[in-house]
Design a protein around this ligand. Structure first.
Ligand code: 13P
Length: 279
């Protein structure tokens, strides 16, 4: 199937009963695992490529591998650039054929975030891709949770209208990189954001958020849920166990174990997000 942009993953429009899974992929094993999970669950899905993976493997090689695998899959898939912080990387990704790009200007002043995100939206739309922006700041850790940096509804509505973003990442209690579930969301804030915003919202840092809050957030305007750390932990734990056995050295068998663990974790997330059967 041809690659889709994010809007193309929702051919029947946005409804409050499911969200698409955004899964960060770092190598061949992660890509295969995410696509296999999406196919097994008949779910649309997003293969997300972030800055650390680009540093590790390069933007073009990662995209080429993802595109090769994704276009031969029968389920709708998008290839998304995650947390770009400069326009040159966005431009390069769009030229390669990424179907979706996220510009993270949350660390900039409001005015600079608007100005840069507007440029990203124009570039993305000219390439037939969708654009995600971010307003509000995710705290760096649970210990540094600071509700004063959460997304403000009036500012978010103005940001979405001025920039024209297709999806908006919001801050309401999650943090990136949690290794166990424990974060809860400010669902009251989410409901106010949902009333003020014209575009669907994105939940970053979903690895640490308890399932009941993820489901509640999906019922209240979150249409894309980002998962990275949980998959890396699943891969690493299974790989470590496989490598600790006395079996003859066969790296491919060990890597397959890790890949299986990522696939199982993705299938589980897809069912939590209710995207199973939506392909
Ligand atoms: P986690 O690593 O906390 O799952 O966050 C993923 C994310 O938000 C990617 O953009």
């Amino acid at each position: 199937m041809t690659l889709q942009n994010l809007a193309g993953l929702f051919p029947r429009g946005y409804t409050n009963d499911w969200a698409v899974g955004h899964f960060n992929v770092h190598n061949h094993e992660f890509m295969r695992a995410v696509i296999d999970a999406a196919e097994a669950e008949q779910a649309p899905a997003i293969l997300a490529i972030g800055m650390l993976s680009i540093k590790y493997m390069g933007l073009a090689p990662l995209f080429a591998a993802a595109r090769n695998m994704a276009t031969s899959s029968p389920v709708p898939l998008a290839i998304h650039l995650d947390h770009a912080r400069d326009l040159a990387t966005v431009k390069q990704a769009l030229e390669l054929g990424f179907t979706s790009v996220m510009f993270d200007g949350s660390y900039l002043s409001y005015e600079e975030n608007v100005a840069q995100t507007r440029k990203v939206v124009t570039m993305a739309h000219a390439a037939g891709a969708t654009a995600e922006g971010e307003i509000g700041i995710l705290p760096p850790s649970m210990e540094q949770m600071d509700a004063t940096t959460f997304t403000r509804p009036e500012q978010a509505a103005e940001f979405a209208d001025t920039t024209g973003v297709d999806f908006l990442a919001v801050s309401l209690g999650s943090v990136h990189g949690m290794q166990t579930k424990g974060a809860t969301l400010d669902l009251d804030l989410l409901s106010r954001l949902n009333e003020s915003l014209r575009c669907p919202m994105v939940l970053h840092g979903a690895s640490g958020v308890i399932d009941t809050d993820i489901r509640a957030a999906i019922g209240c305007g979150i249409r894309k849920v980002n998962v990275n750390t949980e998959l890396k932990i699943a891969f690493k734990n299974r790989l470590r166990a496989a490598m600790a056995t006395d079996e003859p050295i066969d790296l491919l068998t060990d890597l397959r174990e890790g890949m299986d663990a990522v696939r199982e974790a993705c299938r589980n997330r897809i069912r939590t997000f209710g995207s199973n059967g939506e392909a």
